[in-house]
Ligand binder design. Structure first.
Ligand code: UD2
Length: 343
């Protein structure tokens, strides 16, 4: 069935990959800049409630993608993150409240960052939530989180949707606020709220040239320049890397959900940063260095994918090696296009 979908903040990286799965729907993008793909487009700021209201009025579903996304940058520009991310979601709620015909579904792009360090198992105390690693601990190179009761090393568990949320950055907190606003207002405003917690998303279209870029695009870009890849800590920290097309497909799939739900969007596969670096370095013949750390980083993150399988009836398709190859091709092509347009 054709439905009218508004993608707020749809001109960015995730929007581009979601649009591929929207054929058959009537798509409208609301963003500050126009999308690179074919779509109806309304130019507007997420904080402009009146303009947003006009755009969502009469739509069937809204996919909310309008957010600032960097964990480290959010520490430097706290007010901006609160303003754009938290107030942006509040602005959407107001726009829906005032619309004469309200959408039936809101899909929110949230983040695994809401879990913070997440849950671990202690041999003595069972399931525990370790405290963030202290600077003293990191300076000593003691990388693994510890039991908050006895100080023993603990083993990471997959992050599950009903785990306690322990945001550790302004960015993560704004994602939790977005989740709360969109979910709590759903019964009052008559829509179902689907919160999708993305794990580490990568793929073509992700900016490679910023210190805030995701590690995969950053490593590929450095390797393509023949530079050494710098892996922080001891490289044994883990992440769950999901390809952008898979995230786009999950967004499209969420349009079919009638009931409210909170769902992880990850692969359930743990990859160490060192494995990742070796994989990329090996393709380009560059070296890998290990050392240093980034303040505020968590140690381990992998999705529990049960809810995704049962509620969305879906799982990601792209293997890490294939996703990296596709991202590399895109970076090669865009470098080629850039050099062609340079006089
Ligand atoms: C990512 C997202 C964040 C949030 C979170 C959810 C990005 C940029 N950030 O944060 O928005 O959704 O996932 O889980 O996508 N690293 C190196 N060397 C480098 C750069 C990074 O070793 O040059 C390590 C880093 O210490 C960390 C891992 O790579 O252990 C991943 O870092 P990231 O910046 O790609 O992503 P993360 O997990 O902080």
């Amino acid at each position: 069935m054709q439905v009218k979908v508004v993608m707020i903040g749809g001109s960015g990286f995730i929007g581009k990959h979601t649009a591929k799965f929207m054929s058959g729907n009537d798509l409208c993008v609301y963003d500050l800049v126009p999308p690179e793909f074919e779509s109806e487009y309304v130019q507007g700021n997420v904080l402009d409630e009146k303009r947003l209201e006009k755009c969502v009025d009469g739509s069937d579903a809204v996919i909310f993608l309008a957010s600032l996304i960097s964990v480290p940058r959010s520490f430097d520009t706290v007010a901006e993150y609160m303003n754009v991310n938290a107030c942006g979601a509040a602005s959407l709620v107001e726009a829906i409240k005032n619309a004469s015909k309200r959408p039936k579904r809101v899909i929110l792009s949230s983040s695994a960052a809401v879990y913070g360090e997440g849950a671990y198992v202690c041999d003595v105390h069972g399931k525990v939530y370790p405290l963030p690693r202290s600077q003293d601990q990191l300076n000593k190179g003691s990388w693994e989180p510890r039991c908050p009761y006895c100080g023993r090393e603990v083993k990471p568990l997959p992050q599950a949707e009903n785990d306690e949320l322990k945001p550790l950055s302004p960015y993560a907190l704004t994602k939790q606020v977005q989740e709360w606003l969109i979910t709590a207002m759903a019964p009052r405003l008559g829509y179902s709220a689907v919160v999708l917690r993305y794990f580490n998303v990568y793929g073509p279209g992700q900016r490679p040239d910023s210190p805030y870029s995701g590690v995969i695009t950053r490593f590929i870009s450095q390797a393509m320049q023949g530079r050494r890849l710098q892996v922080f800590e001891d490289g044994l920290q883990t992440r769950d890397y999901i390809y952008a097309d898979d995230v786009g497909a999950a967004n499209a799939r969420a349009l079919e959900l009638e009931e409210s739900a909170t769902i992880n969007v990850g692969t359930g596969i743990r990859t160490t940063v060192l494995q990742l670096a070796k994989l990329i370095a090996g393709r380009h013949g560059v070296d890998v260095a290990v050392g240093g750390y980034r303040q505020g980083d968590i140690r381990h993150s992998v999705a529990s994918v049960e809810v995704m399988r049962t509620r969305l009836g879906w799982q990601p398709r792209t293997a890490l090696e294939d996703g990296i190859a596709a991202t590399e091709s895109w970076m090669n092509e865009s470098a080629h296009l850039k050099s062609e347009s340079t006089p």
